[in-house]
Design a protein around this ligand. Structure first.
Ligand SMILES: C[S@@+](CC[C@H](N)C(=O)[O-])C[C@H]1O[C@@H](n2cnc3c(N)ncnc32)[C@H](O)[C@@H]1O
Length: 221
């Protein structure tokens, strides 16, 4: 089986954009609560159930962890969580804010994930920049890396279209595309990757990029 993940053509531009936006993103999380699950009861509830499902079962990787606040939230709950992010500046913030947690720089498309080695994998508002043909093999790599009974949690912006962003987080110039997906498309991709859907949480409240969805799936092999 060909398990190669294509390199997104805009990966470097996306990395540079998040490097530029990282300081403003951290400011946004700390001052407005956006991006802070503690300030959003439904997101926090989903993460709490995920934490209960994975705690004590093995390592959990927060892929696209940004400044690390969700990774640290899980570590506080006893989860063996670490984070990886494309943007070195995001990782710098994460390491400074949570020196007791582990963070690395890396792309979801280039992770060397051993088969069956993770109790949990996360793509928490962090897989929407992947081109439409790249997301499926990335999800497949996550599915292979989960141990039997392991859980995946993902959060996505919902829609049919691709939003080309030229600024984000209060006016920082960026160049990236937010690929919005319909929940049923994501469910199909997750099931095609070999995982069983466990929960789906719709978030209809309009935000800066519209509504969202959280999906949780389990590896039943
Ligand atoms: C909207 S932020 C979310 C960060 C964090 N998960 C949170 O909830 O605050 C999106 C993050 O995804 C990261 N990202 C984008 N493309 C990525 C990729 N290919 N591999 C790893 N991280 C990526 C960005 O650097 C950024 O930190």
């Amino acid at each position: 089986m060909d398990t190669a993940i294509p390199r997104p053509p805009d990966l470097d531009v996306v990395r540079e954009s998040y490097d530029r936006a990282a300081d403003a993103y951290v400011e946004m999380v700390t001052t407005t609560g956006l991006g802070d699950i503690r300030a959003h009861p439904w997101l926090r509830a989903a993460m709490d159930v995920f934490a209960d499902a994975v705690v004590g079962r093995g390592p959990v990787l927060d892929v696209g962890c940004g400044p690390g606040q969700v990774t640290a939230y899980l570590v506080e709950r006893g989860v063996d969580a670490s984070g990886v992010d494309l943007s070195p500046r995001m990782v710098e913030h994460a390491r400074r804010a949570y020196p007791h947690c582990r963070f690395e720089v890396g792309s979801s498309t280039e992770l060397d994930l051993a088969d069956g080695s993770f109790a949990g994998l996360m793509g928490w508002w962090s897989l929407f920049n992947l081109p439409r043909d790249v997301l499926p093999p990335v999800l497949a790599s996550f599915a292979r890396a989960l141990m039997p009974g392991g859980h995946l949690i993902v959060a996505f912006h919902v829609g049919d279209d691709d939003l080309v962003r030229t600024e984000a987080y209060g006016g920082v110039p960026v160049r990236w595309t937010t690929h919005r997906w319909r929940p049923e498309q994501l469910v199909a991709l997750i099931e095609h990757a070999g995982l069983q859907l466990v929960a789906e949480l719709r978030l209809p409240a309009p935000g800066p990029v519209g509504s969202g969805v959280v999906l949780v799936a389990r590896a039943d092999r």
